[in-house]
Design a protein around this ligand. Structure first.
Ligand SMILES: CC(C)(COP(=O)(O)OP(=O)(O)OC[C@H]1O[C@@H](n2cnc3c(N)ncnc32)[C@H](O)[C@@H]1OP(=O)(O)O)[C@@H](O)C(=O)NCCC(=O)NCCS
Length: 269
């Protein structure tokens, strides 16, 4: 399948491209719909984001993204469709993508009831970039082993996130005891979205410390800190097959707001 000739590089994307890391990202337009393809910071993969368009325009944009990836070394191309519908299934199939996994966006009204009860000897502080980087990476990569987006982080991956404009060290909670970091809850406030939701961006407990109440305490503590910032909507994304985390979040009052679906295609060089 070749790229639709009507899918053209848009002049409006000049600013995007000026910021782009060479061929590591590109933008495409099909009528009034838009795609942006970018090399993922972790692993040999790419992501494509789409805005607007019917199934046919979306299929064309996905194909254009695949052509870009093929021309730049190939790899796995992932499209996350927010609130995926049958039309997204159709567009993905037409462009040679297969549904691979789902995640739910959950939300809860804040404040939630109840206090955070941490296991004995555990105390909570905030992340300190001067000495937490390697210890945090070890806990994160162990907790999220095999996870496509949150696993396998390097110092560079973390440095990139810490440099994001939304990053607030006061909202990156570290739980530790005499043995070091036992878990974390990293929060992100979406200042520019309606409702100004506060997200549990990444929460994890070291594998040897799971099942002892630490994840629940970290989640509650984080949500209370968001409430103290006048945030009234708590939000997070969770893989649809992560039964332990889903059970925790449901017990805190989170309900499903939206379900997103990842479609993937292996693109040869
Ligand atoms: C999800 C996670 C943070 C929970 O932390 P934890 O310290 O293990 O959880 P807790 O001991 O506080 O248990 C809290 C609740 O989680 C649920 N839960 C925990 N382990 C579970 C398991 N193995 N099976 C089912 N539910 C489980 C239960 O609802 C539990 O409540 P309960 O003890 O009243 O039954 C932790 O398992 C983890 O780090 N997982 C890997 C990373 C991850 O998936 N993060 C979440 C991404 S959205």
């Amino acid at each position: 399948m070749g790229a639709d000739p009507e899918v053209t590089l848009g002049a409006t994307l000049a600013a995007d491209l000026a910021r782009a890391d060479g061929a590591a990202s590109a933008g495409f337009l099909a009528g009034s719909s838009y795609a942006r393809v970018a090399r993922a910071p972790v692993g040999h993969s790419w992501s494509v984001a789409l805005v607007g368009g019917d199934a046919s325009a979306r299929a064309s944009l996905l194909e254009a993204a695949a052509v870009h990836v093929a021309a730049n070394g190939g790899g796995r191309l992932v499209w996350w469709a927010a609130g995926a519908t049958d039309l997204d299934d159709k567009a993905a199939a037409a462009a040679g993508f297969a549904a691979a996994r789902e995640q739910h966006q959950l939300r809860v009204r804040l404040p939630i009831a109840g206090d955070a009860h941490f296991p004995a000897q555990v105390h909570v502080r905030t992340f300190e970039a001067t000495h937490d980087v390697d210890a945090w990476l070890a806990v994160n990569n162990a907790a999220f082993e095999g996870h496509a987006e949150q696993g396998g982080w390097t110092r560079a991956t973390l440095a990139g996130r810490l440099a994001e404009p939304w990053f607030d060290p006061a909202l990156f909670l570290i739980a530790e005891d005499a043995n070091g970091i036992a878990g974390f809850n990293w929060l992100k406030i979406h200042e520019h979205e309606p409702d100004r939701p506060g997200e549990i961006y990444a929460i994890g407990v070291a594998p040897g410390r799971q099942g002892q109440g630490l994840g629940r305490a970290l989640a509650i503590e984080g949500l209370h800190r968001l409430s103290r910032r006048q945030i009234t909507v708590g939000m997070l994304y969770v893989a649809a097959d992560n039964t332990a985390a889903l059970s925790l979040y449901r017990s805190l009052g989170f309900i499903t707001h939206r379900t997103d679906r990842a479609y993937e295609r292996e693109v040869a060089s």
